[in-house]
Design a protein around this ligand. Structure first.
Ligand code: PSU
Ligand code: MN
Length: 295
């Protein structure tokens, strides 16, 4: 395996000792923010994980290997021309020696290989608006269906069809827990989302639900944490998604296009809220991982 996967020493030590580790993705570093601000978001997320007492493991494909626990200089190599890697893309990227930024799904697939159970991100991928034209459903959902891990996010990215995504999450047996909220946060906006499957009040409660869910044979669990500052950008999203459609932007290019246009047209407001919620979600994932390690 060693020629294919490199685990940072600190991450390996924590895993072998049963200490808390939180996986972080690189898609948002390379494609979620205009360069070079993605690197700042990644480093701030790592700092939030550490502040909560856990070890961060930022994941990506580099120099022919899947790397679990990227160093800071390595993180700088995740530029916009990096490949975007869902679970299906890890192998080809490693074999071909390309640089690959992992999505939530790609990160979960890597986390499973090394035994990491917790991750933090901004918003989960899901069913794109207009389904079935195009029939675009994020591979994040497929990964959640088969991998036992807890993901903290501010819900599903609201540029998607959130209602349909939540229906699919139910179909796949994925609990949608609200962290001190009754409805799933809508990414930039705190309120107005669909009801969660259960509300939890503390990291300890989240950890105990995760433990029970995994003992009962379940796989992924989504924990929705509301953004601290809520932005109302539903109309802007609608406009930009329609524009992407008209311009024939499809597949993996849709999400980065919409996020970038939103950042531009909100004068950076969505970028700020997106950044802050990603960092806070990483911190909460770490608090839950620490509580889990103490069970
Ligand atoms: N959340 C963010 N910014 C992002 C993403 C999530 O705040 O850039 C990324 C994640 O990596 C997620 C991906 O897995 O978008 C989903 O892309 P797609 O819809 O193409 O599957
Ligand atoms: Mn897609």
């Amino acid at each position: 395996m060693e020629h294919l996967v490199r685990v940072a020493e600190e991450v390996q030590a924590a895993l072998s000792e049963g200490r808390a580790v939180v996986a972080l993705e690189t898609t948002l570093v390379a494609h979620g923010f205009p360069a070079p601000s993605g690197v700042e978001v990644g480093l701030a997320s790592e700092a939030a994980v550490r502040a909560a007492g856990a070890v961060p493991a930022t994941i990506g494909v580099l120099d022919g290997r899947l790397v679990v626990g990227l160093t800071e200089p390595e993180l700088h190599r995740f530029a916009p021309d990096a490949r975007k890697l869902g679970p299906r893309d890890l192998a080809a990227c490693a074999v071909q020696g390309a640089i690959g930024a992992t999505t939530v799904g790609g990160t979960l697939a890597a986390a499973e290989v090394v035994g990491i159970r917790f991750m933090g991100t901004g918003g989960l991928g899901g069913v794109h608006r207009g389904f079935p034209t195009p029939p675009d459903v994020s591979a994040d959902l497929g990964a959640c269906a088969r991998i036992p891990a807890l993901i903290v996010s501010s819900g599903v990215k609201s540029l998607l069809d959130v209602g349909s995504t939540v229906e699919v999450l139910e179909t796949l047996g994925i609990p949608v827990l609200g962290y001190r909220v009754d409805t799933l946060p809508l990414f930039y906006a705190a309120d107005g989302g669909p009801p969660v499957s259960a509300r939890i009040e503390s990291p300890d409660e989240a950890a105990r639900v995760a433990d029970a869910h995994w003992r009962l044979g379940g796989n992924a669990i989504l924990v929705g944490r509301a953004p601290d500052e809520s932005l109302e950008v539903a109309d802007l999203i609608e406009e930009i998604v329609a524009e992407a459609h008209e311009r024939g932007i499809v597949g993996q290019a849709v999400t980065p296009f919409v996020l970038a246009a939103l950042h531009d047209r909100s004068n950076g407001e969505t970028r700020r809220v997106n950044r802050d919620l990603i960092v806070a979600n990483a911190g909460l994932a770490a608090e839950i991982a620490v509580a889990f390690a103490a069970l």
